[in-house]
Design a binder for this molecule. Structure first.
Ligand SMILES: Cc1cc2nc3c(=O)[nH]c(=O)nc-3n(C[C@H](O)[C@H](O)[C@H](O)COP(=O)(O)OP(=O)(O)OC[C@H]3O[C@@H](n4cnc5c(N)ncnc54)[C@H](O)[C@@H]3O)c2cc1C
Length: 302
């Protein structure tokens, strides 16, 4: 089921067919704040009221034209100006393929660095999301290059990839802040663990390395067992709650987000918005087949 949904997430033709169903679109709004920046800002303000920080993502990936890449850069600059003006606790997440990675590494770097410089002027942080394994090396290289100019940019690593422990070492040597997640793409066995238990074990191993590093990193998961393991490890090793943050996705385990914030942990929610929500939404469905059954049951009932 997971593999099928991840395959479908890349099929444009199916997207146009599925978007005809109101039920499908409505379910997407559980995971996506809306189609406009105003919608995202409302979600940020709601999170902030609960003591939860945010990171906003303008949805889009695998941009095929420079015009689309430049639209994405302009929107990122607009997000940064808006979150600064609204004085919300929020930073920004970007995807390199949205900024034109498929159109050239140097071109993509120039687009990223414009965003990083603008964010730096506003004391804001830019997180570079990690995409599928075709892009891992170039993403790590581009983040390291950007970090040589500014320290308000950070990376994401995926616990399901065999290579990640090495990437973590390289990024830590450069003093880079890291978001650790499990990984959301369809990957072959040659590069990624197939068994969830192996990914989970690697996540815990990497989480400990990050917490021990003394830098401020993000543990991005909704997995209650791993979150407990992180809290326990931090307690046992006298790492204060201010030394790291938990991150979760908009619309998932709001109860857990709120509980951790109430317990004094730093929590940040990832808030996506925009018209291009289809692949993001399909990845969320793939993570939990129960989400698909819910849609199918409602479609059949109609
Ligand atoms: C802030 C943040 C940023 C991320 N950035 C990236 C990135 O840059 N690159 C990347 O590849 N991946 C990214 N991810 C996605 C990540 O890789 C996982 O695919 C996703 O978080 C699900 O894994 P999990 O850690 O929650 O664990 P799982 O074992 O998948 O889930 C644990 C529990 O969480 C709940 N849950 C998880 N997903 C869902 C869902 N979709 N719907 C309902 N309940 C759910 C369920 O209760 C489940 O039992 C990010 C995740 C977060 C939280």
């Amino acid at each position: 089921m997971r593999a099928l949904l991840l395959f479908l997430s890349r099929q444009e033709a199916l997207k146009n067919f599925m978007l005809r169903f109101q039920m499908f679109r409505r379910t997407a709004w559980r995971f996506v704040a809306g189609e406009t920046l105003d919608d995202a800002i409302r979600a940020v303000q709601e999170a902030n009221r609960l003591g939860i920080r945010a990171t906003v993502d303008f949805l889009g990936e695998n941009t095929k034209t420079r015009e689309d890449a430049e639209t994405a850069v302009a929107e990122a600059l607009r997000i940064l100006d808006r979150i600064a003006a609204e004085r919300v606790e929020c930073n920004i997440s970007v995807k390199l393929t949205q900024l034109g990675l498929d159109l050239g590494t140097d071109y993509c770097y120039r687009n990223l660095i414009r965003i990083v410089r603008h964010a730096g002027g506003l004391q804001k942080f830019v997180r570079v999301d990690m995409e599928d394994s075709h892009y891992t090396q170039r993403t790590v290289d581009i983040v390291l290059q950007a970090r040589r100019e500014s320290d308000n940019v950070g990376a994401v690593v995926q616990a399901y990839l065999y290579r990640t422990q090495e990437d973590v070492r390289t990024l830590l040597d450069a003093g880079c802040r890291i978001r650790l997640c499990k990984g959301a793409y369809l990957e072959p066995e040659t590069v990624a663990f197939k068994r969830k238990s192996d990914t989970d074990a690697n996540f815990v191993r990497l989480m400990r390395i990050l917490l021990d590093s003394g830098l401020y990193h993000a543990v991005a998961t909704h997995d209650a067992a791993i979150i407990s393991a992180a809290c326990e490890y931090a307690r046992e090793n006298k790492i204060g709650a201010e030394g790291f943050e938990f991150q979760m996705l908009y619309g998932i385990r709001r109860d857990l987000q709120q509980r951790l914030a109430e317990e004094g942990y730093n929590v940040r929610v990832y808030i996506p918005y925009g018209m291009r929500w289809y692949p993001y939404f399909m990845r969320r469905l793939a993570e939990r087949p129960a989400n698909v059954l819910f849609i199918l049951r409602n479609l059949l009932r109609k």
